[in-house]
Design a protein around this ligand. Structure first.
Ligand code: GLN
Length: 251
């Protein structure tokens, strides 16, 4: 039998707001439903990150937690895994710490891991809180992408990264896009968990690891999606729809 697909959940105690740890469970379960063996490995903040996994999942967290997380990831293991083409999926704080730098709520700039060509400063005005809806900006994902956002950071992508989605409702990165795709590293501001709310995104990630996947029954997931999309469409999250023009990027 083939080795199980190994899915590492990075520091769930630090990077696990809004059930983001569920992303690892969703990936594993969608493989198992297709008869593909999968194992999830929760890595504690004092444990060494395994270098030989297939997928690394990072979730959201508060500013202090993400600053601790980035210091524990600075040993280069995650970078080497990404450089070797291993999939990395990161949400919110997980996204921010994979960039070049991030600014915390106290005005302090921290070095990120540099896996994504982006920098995070702060959103003008209040935090982005509410439903987030976007159209995939990469081929192969059936949209729209839906989820929940809650962050104070604004993330500006550099030329090596492309957005995962273009925002229709909500804030996302703060420049009209949401998330980033750069090689095997994929990131988003969507909580939900994102992969429970967007099975097409989960399967797109898995396809990059195991190849073409057989279809499975997503009736329940589709029901959830319908309910959430109707919620946004009927304007109940209207106050989160404010958008602003993309700020000029540094050349
Ligand atoms: N602390 C970060 C911010 O506020 C990330 C928040 C989160 O992960 N939900 O921008």
């Amino acid at each position: 039998m083939a080795d199980p697909v190994r899915i590492v959940l990075v520091f769930p105690a630090l990077l696990g707001t809004y059930g983001d740890g569920g992303n690892a469970s969703v990936l594993a379960q969608r493989l198992r439903w297709r008869g593909i063996d999968a194992e999830t490995i929760d890595v504690g903040v004092d444990d060494a990150l395994p270098g030989e996994a297939d997928i690394y999942v990072l979730g959201g967290g508060e500013d202090t937690a993400q600053t601790l997380a980035v210091s524990r990831l600075a040993d280069g293991t995650l970078r080497r895994a990404a450089d070797a083409g291993k999939q990395v999926f990161a949400v919110c704080a997980g996204f921010q710490i994979l960039g070049e730098t991030f600014l915390d709520g106290h005005g302090e700039v921290h070095a990120g891991l540099g896996l994504i060509d982006c920098r995070t400063d702060r959103l003008p005005g209040s935090r982005a809180v509410g439903e987030l809806l976007g159209d995939p900006a990469v081929d192969g994902i059936a949209g729209p992408l839906t989820g929940y956002e809650n962050h104070g950071g604004r993330t500006l992508l550099g030329p090596a990264a492309q957005p995962l989605a273009l925002v229709r409702a909500g804030i996302g990165n703060g420049d009209g896009g949401d998330g980033a795709v750069q090689g095997s590293v994929v990131a988003t501001y969507l909580h939900g968990p994102a992969l429970a709310r967007n099975p097409a995104l989960a399967d797109w990630l898995l396809t990059r690891v195991v190849g073409t996947l057989a279809p499975i029954d997503d009736t329940e997931e589709s029901e959830l999606r319908r309910e959430r999309l109707a919620f946004v469409r009927h304007g109940r999250s209207r106050r989160w729809r404010r958008q602003w023009k993309p700020p000029a990027r540094d050349s």
